[in-house]
Ligand binder design. Structure first.
Ligand code: MTE
Length: 466
């Protein structure tokens, strides 16, 4: 390294395009990454944000990408050192993240915070206590002063509205809905067992059910003058107050018919389980799209935009889409698949714990949750302890909801007899929804490179011994 030339920041800044070569710095190192740009798994655009400058601020924002493996790849592109040595380390963008998170949460990434509860905490009650509810953040948690807060409604064919929280509460009827929110990466760990994927290794608890209180999105859009029959308006885009290193806000969109349908219960929510939203869950206002992948329920929402187009964000156009198991990173055509909206029927076994010891012929109580997207009711959960030779139908517990607006999960419980011979016992379950859709037996045939929508039979192994 000491024999490599030194470059000034100004010299590095001249290298921002493939024609001029793409250079970046990390700490005191200078790197020519031109040949890496096209094969960067996060996409060319993300890498090009740092072209001609330091990647340190981006890596302090996206700490999950700053791994030894990535630093080793980068080291292969080293061409020199920065004059004057390493710049001071960037300020920690996560310094202001909430500090009061439940210690029992299992942290899948700390910066940004991504955490799920131990699965056995999910079956305590149909409503998940707020502090137990999984947290899925892509960026630092914004701090929003409620008194200063205002929501902008603007876009095609409507008049622009700026609504303070007080105005929103005063001018629109309060509506509450009990809805499950699930990350489409939930249960990704079952895909990891098949073949490597890119994404947080969620167990099965990136899901929870809460009573959300707020106003109907459709009523706010109609107050802004949106004509339900308006030609050309196809989507409603949402923007969050959290923004990435290049200033792009977290954004997602849903089809306009869902946004306007009063029976789809899409909310601009300011309450979770009877209390104001916490910072981690989107304070002071978030979108709740029942029956739909969690990524569309934009937190810290600052802007709502009816449009002819889907949101132009990575989270809408790339990240939350599923492809054939044979499509890899080299051939994926992101535009060829629709963004995930309603989610497929799924379930999880939350108890007993994997590895639990029982006696042969014991009756074991097996508990879990089951949920289906799009408002589809879960009509049955079947449980087997003998590889599917016999099935036990579970008791279901849930909340009363109108048919087709079954936004909340059910908790289930079944008594299952383990075989008479000692040894490992695999317990599996499958849920069926009102459309008679049921879960696939194995994750292999639904594996996809982003690891989304894993809904194969949940399985656990326990041990029967004398
Ligand atoms: N909204 C914003 N502004 N920023 C985010 O990172 N994450 C999304 C969604 N809304 C996210 C967001 C994802 S992927 C999920 S699954 C849910 O929020 C998680 O909501 P929760 O953290 O309240 O459980």
């Amino acid at each position: 390294v000491s024999s490599l030339p030194e470059y000034s920041k100004e010299e590095v800044a001249k290298h921002r395009t493939p024609e001029d070569r793409v250079w970046v710095t990390y700490k005191e190192g200078v790197y020519d990454i031109t040949d890496w740009v096209d094969i960067h798994p996060g996409g060319k655009a993300r890498l090009m944000m740092a072209a001609g400058s330091a990647i340190d601020p981006f890596w302090s924002m996206y700490q999950q990408h700053n791994t030894q493996q990535v630093r080793d790849i980068l080291e292969g592109y080293r061409i020199g050192s920065l004059e004057g040595g390493a710049p001071p380390p960037p300020e920690d963008p996560y310094a202001d993240d909430p500090k009061d998170r439940l210690p029992a949460l299992i942290v899948r990434s700390a910066r940004p915070m991504n955490a799920e509860p131990p699965r056995e905490l999910l079956t305590g009650s149909v409503i998940t206590p707020t502090e137990v509810f999984y947290i899925r953040n892509h960026l630092p948690v914004p701090r929003i002063d409620e008194a200063q807060y205002s929501l902008r409604i603007e876009g095609q064919g409507i008049k622009t509205l700026d609504l303070s929280l007080d105005r929103l509460k005063a001018e629109f009827r309060k509506h509450t809905v009990t809805a499950t929110v699930q990350c489409s990466g939930n249960r990704r760990n079952d895909f990891y067992a098949v073949k490597d994927v890119k994404g947080l290794e969620w167990g099965g608890a990136a899901i929870g059910t809460a009573v959300w209180g707020g106003v109907r999105l459709g009523e706010v859009l109609q107050a802004a003058g949106l004509d339900p029959g308006a030609e050309g308006v196809r989507h409603v885009q949402f923007f969050g107050a959290d923004a990435d290193g290049a200033g792009q806000a977290y954004a997602a969109s849903i089809p306009v018919h869902r946004a306007l349908d009063p029976r789809a219960d899409v909310l601009l929510a300011y309450e979770m389980n009877g209390a104001p939203l916490t910072r981690d869950h989107g304070a002071p206002l978030r979108v709740i799209v029942p029956g739909t992948a969690g990524c569309r329920s934009v937190k810290w929402v600052t802007k709502v935009v009816p449009s002819g187009e889907e949101a132009d964000s990575l989270w809408q156009r790339r990240d939350y889409k599923a492809f054939s198991p044979s499509v890899g990173w080299d051939e994926v055509d992101w535009d060829s698949a629709p963004a995930i909206q309603a989610m497929p029927v799924t379930s999880l076994i939350c108890e007993p714990a994997p590895g639990a010891r029982v006696e042969p012929e014991d009756l074991v109580t097996v508990k879990g949750y089951a949920w289906s997207g799009g408002g589809n009711r879960v009509i049955r959960v079947d449980v087997t302890a003998d590889g599917g030779a016999t099935w036990h139908t579970a008791e279901l517990e849930g909340v009363e909801q109108e048919e087709g607006r079954n936004w909340a999960w059910v908790l289930w419980s079944a008594e299952v007899e383990v075989p008479g011979t000692p040894g490992e016992v695999e317990i599996a379950a499958k849920a069926t929804d009102a459309s008679y859709n049921t879960q696939p037996e194995a994750p292999g045939p639904i594996w996809n490179l982003r690891g989304v929508n894993c809904n194969s039979w949940p399985r656990i192994r326990i041990v029967a011994e004398e």
